[in-house]
Design a protein around this ligand. Sequence first.
Ligand code: IMP
Ligand code: MG
Length: 175
Amino acid sequence: MNYKILISEEQIYEKINELGRRISEDYEGRKVTLIGVLKGAYMFLSDLSRAISIPHTVDFMAVSSYGSSTTSSGIVRILKDLDNPITNQHIILVEDIIDSGLTLKYLMNIFYNRSPASISVCALLDKVNKHPNETLADYIGFEIPDKFVIGYGLDYQQYYRNLPFIAYLEGLVQE
Ligand code: IMP
Ligand code: MG
């Protein structure tokens, strides 16, 4: 399948540095934990962590959403839970992409029930047209149209995660 680049490696790099600076300022003096949602966020989290200058820890949650390969059902299965409790901690949930927002809402619910000091959301990509009247993330890298994208951690049937840029897959029949 062919792909077409939507966001280049350089654009991603610059944006992540900007996000890292903002987060470092906003959380100055506080202890913060980045929570990466696997698998999609692994590459973003690793670069974002390097762009944040204040001390922080990282933890991971692995989830898989039921549904077809290109649409989300909102029903999320936890494959791996966090290693550590988040009670009274400042949490930043790091997501690769917000599509319908269902996965994010489901996870936020789980995290709120564990009584953290605060939660914010940092998403590299946001398909804003899919949730028009809701702002779901505090930090957003890029707002993108409602098309299926791959690369920089994002997969199509588990492949293409290694691409260093974000691209559209061409010739993909959207379900
Ligand atoms: P949501 O629950 O509809 O917001 O979907 C969120 C999850 O679906 C993301 O964390 C991705 O794993 C996956 N996803 C949504 N859109 C895309 C896309 O365009 N490319 C690759 N994965 C996507
Ligand atoms: Mg994901």
